[in-house]
Design a protein around this ligand. Structure first.
Ligand code: PEP
Ligand code: MN
Length: 361
């Protein structure tokens, strides 16, 4: 489905430092002193905006649910002290009204709100006629349409400064990451909505601070438009998300170590070499498609043979053998097991679909 999002590119925003937008600050505002000391520690860290959650959407009740309205003043005052715009999460019209009354510069919609069209519509209506920047986190479930839908609702209400935030997707079981990055979803968002700025939130993807560098670097290498990172003056004592927050000095070190590579270069030589390597890739892809087509043709022949002999399309034993042998061959050729498994699952699904078509004809 086409999208008609009409949003400003980051170049049209007022991003002072560079073309990437860096947002940092605590998961939650906890006290006036904590917000101010974190802001001051970030003063010379080249960040573009200061974040803090004021109303916290916690998974279970009876945990810290944010300091509420008083925190807006702490955050705005801290932002003014260090000369930075400030960002908070809002989930309903009342919170929007309070945030705007405190001149909060940037609002964001959290990952538990984005998937609810009623809530997003109410937010959009509350923002009609307001010139404010709104960041939309991906929904906790891996549904790109819901993510785009939320941004469309805001856009239809006249909001043009929209940023998508990729914060990963919930899973039944927490594995390496707290939330699975599923990079193909933000990549597909960029393809479907060209020009939409996407900021990565490695803090909520990782869930632990040790992993943040690697995920942040990956986002930059995928040409994301910025990063939102949780920074707390004393993370171990944080009232929410303690394990994933960085101390300000660790954040500054992270920023120094990250490589901000650009999309292209002015060197004709470098671009020419890149082009010839890409031409080779194009030829390989062509061969891949031709081989896949031959493989499918063969599957259709097999289907006719099975049909004549009244044999079912799918045989678990054969499929098991295919998976095992392809993984063995793949791993010997430096291709990961996960990649080969997923690739052959796709190929197999298409093969079954084509065989069914033969049967139905
Ligand atoms: C947050 O940014 O602190 C937050 C609650 O994030 P999310 O909505 O991504 O869980
Ligand atoms: Mn958090």
């Amino acid at each position: 489905m086409n999208t008609n999002l009409n949003v400003l590119s980051l170049a049209e925003w007022n991003i002072p430092s560079n073309d990437r937008m860096i947002i940092a600050g605590p998961c939650s505002a906890e006290s006036e002193e904590q917000v101010m000391s974190t802001a001051i520690a970030l003063k010379d860290a080249n960040v573009d905006a200061l974040r803090a959650g004021i109303w916290k959407p916690r998974t279970r009740p009876n945990s810290f649910e944010g300091v509420g309205t008083p925190g807006l003043k702490w955050l705005k005052t801290a932002g003014e002290e260090v000369g930075l715009p400030v960002a908070v999460e809002v989930a309903n019209p009342r919170q929007i009204e309070e945030a705007l009354a405190h001149n909060i510069d940037i609002l964001w919609i959290g990952a538990r709100t984005t998937p609810n069209p009623f809530a997003v519509q109410e937010i959009a209506e509350a923002l009609k006629g307001v010139d404010v920047q709104v960041m939309v986190k991906n929904p906790i479930n891996a549904d790109l349409q819901l993510w785009i839908g939320a941004m469309e609702r805001l856009n239809m209400a006249g909001i043009k400064k929209i940023v998508a935030i990729h914060r990963g997707f919930s899973t039944y079981k927490e594995e390496l990451y707290r939330n699975q990055p599923l990079w193909r979803i933000p990549i597909e968002l960029k393809r479907m909505v060209p020009g939409i700025p996407i900021v990565c939130d490695p803090s909520h993807i990782c869930g632990k601070r040790e992993l943040i560098h690697q995920v942040a670097q990956k986002a930059l290498d995928l040409l994301f438009d910025g990063l939102m990172i949780e920074v707390h003056i004393n993370p171990d004592e944080a009232l929410s998300d303690a394990k994933q927050q960085l101390r300000p000095d660790a954040f500054i070190e992270l920023m120094d170590n990250l490589k901000f590579r650009s999309a292209t270069t002015n060197s004709l030589d470098v671009m020419a070499q890149l082009k010839s390597l890409r031409d080779e890739i194009d030829r390989f892809d062509e061969q891949l498609i031709e081989i896949l087509a031959k493989r499918m043709e063969n599957a259709r022949k097999i289907s006719v043979h099975k049909m004549k002999n009244n044999i079912a399309i799918f045989q678990p034993g054969r499929w098991d053998e295919v998976v095992k042998s392809r993984i063995e061959k793949g791993t010997k050729n430096s291709l990961s097991e996960e990649f080969i498994l997923q690739l052959f699952q796709y190929i197999h699904e298409e093969s079954i679909r084509q065989q069914e078509q033969v049967l139905n004809d």
